[in-house]
Design a protein around this ligand. Sequence first.
Ligand SMILES: Nc1ncnc2c1ncn2[C@@H]1O[C@H](COP(=O)(O)OP(=O)(O)OP(=O)(O)O)[C@@H](O)[C@H]1O
Ligand SMILES: O=C(O)C1=C[C@@H](O)[C@@H](O)[C@H](O)C1
Ligand SMILES: [Mg+2]
Length: 181
Amino acid sequence: MAVALVGLPGAGKSAVGRRLAQRLQFPFIDSDDLIERRIGCSIRDYFEREGEQSFRDVEQTVIAELAASAEGIVSTGGGAVLREANRLQLHNHFHVIYLRSSPEDLFRRLRHDVKRPLLQVADPLGRLHELYAARDPLYRQAAHDVVETGRPSVAMLVNIIVMQLELAGVIPPGSRSDPTG
Ligand SMILES: Nc1ncnc2c1ncn2[C@@H]1O[C@H](COP(=O)(O)OP(=O)(O)OP(=O)(O)O)[C@@H](O)[C@H]1O
Ligand SMILES: O=C(O)C1=C[C@@H](O)[C@@H](O)[C@H](O)C1
Ligand SMILES: [Mg+2]
């Protein structure tokens, strides 16, 4: 069983992915964490030092490795779908869920964030609109399902995804009952 979450920065891939993995008792892997372990520094520092393309090369290697072992819940970096090779790896080896959020929702969640290098600009909302326009079609190409994240809480999103995974036959029926009530 392998599920990958894709979506823009702040869509909830890490937050939802971690809770989903706990609920289903599957391993949770955040591809950004794997990359940071490999490069030995923060992604933000690596962007500044080596540039985005070098980061994307490391990201592609990590995604290919994850696809080869495809297990558990993987939350991907926001730009993981930019390369076609990554979109194919993800689509072919995972059940991919696109957590779709509007630029306005993302801006509300991330306006105080300083960790996401692509948003450290004068007009982060404008930047989110650009990222959304460029990437929404790519997330849809990679994905098997789309989940709207605007209103539901993280806990509600986990319930929605568990239901979708059951309907898609990715997990057996009965996984839906929430042990926390
Ligand atoms: N549905 C939601 N409702 C309210 N807050 C949320 C929701 N989803 C995520 N958040 C909050 O928004 C912030 C960003 O979420 P998260 O780090 O999971 O995003 P991400 O998709 O992993 O981003 P990145 O691509 O940059 O890694 C976190 O503080 C998280 O708790
Ligand atoms: O949206 C992006 O391009 C990125 C999102 C983050 O998850 C990191 O993977 C990195 O900061 C790049
Ligand atoms: Mg994340």
